[in-house]
Design a protein around this ligand. Sequence first.
Ligand SMILES: [Zn+2]
Length: 200
Amino acid sequence: MIQFRTLLDGLNYQKKCPLCKEIMVLEDRDFIEKVEYPRGHEYQKLSFALSRKSQDIVYVYTATGKVELKLGAPKAWYGDSTGYSAAIPTAEVYSGILMQGLTVYCDECGQYRYTLKLEADLSKELVRSVSLNSETISLDRDGKTHEIRSIYSVDKTEYAVFGSFAESILKDKVELPLIPINLKDPQETLDRIRTLLPFL
Ligand SMILES: [Zn+2]
């Protein structure tokens, strides 16, 4: 499994789609906000929600691996019959590891994507690891779409074949031992899978 030195290195793992050569895009559902500075700048950071209930967030600096907790505004209020009321700060304690998936995909052809696994240590306020969790590529051959998903974190490759309509599955997903995707020649990866599965 590929480990990256920094989150930035992971985000730059494939800057361009290996199939159509367009610039890859970061899936924005995976984080709250991206604080933009020029690429690679030490202040460039992403923020993630720490809890569904609060506005507490964590910033992860992509180049330095620094992690910063930012606890939101007090949300709980109490009052009594005297009319007194006061804000009680939410005293949530965060420790342990924040695990977060981040997907980078091609918005142009939609046929290649990869997912990073980010682990941030909230006690030490540092990124603990960034690794390549999985890669998915769709290849057209013989009027069919062949989808190869290699999941490096569990050493498995999934393979499925679709008809001309994306929803028509011609062959149910087959699970294989890990076959790393050769991005220089993705068709070669498909050939290897087809050799393993001549009956498909
Ligand atoms: Zn593409």
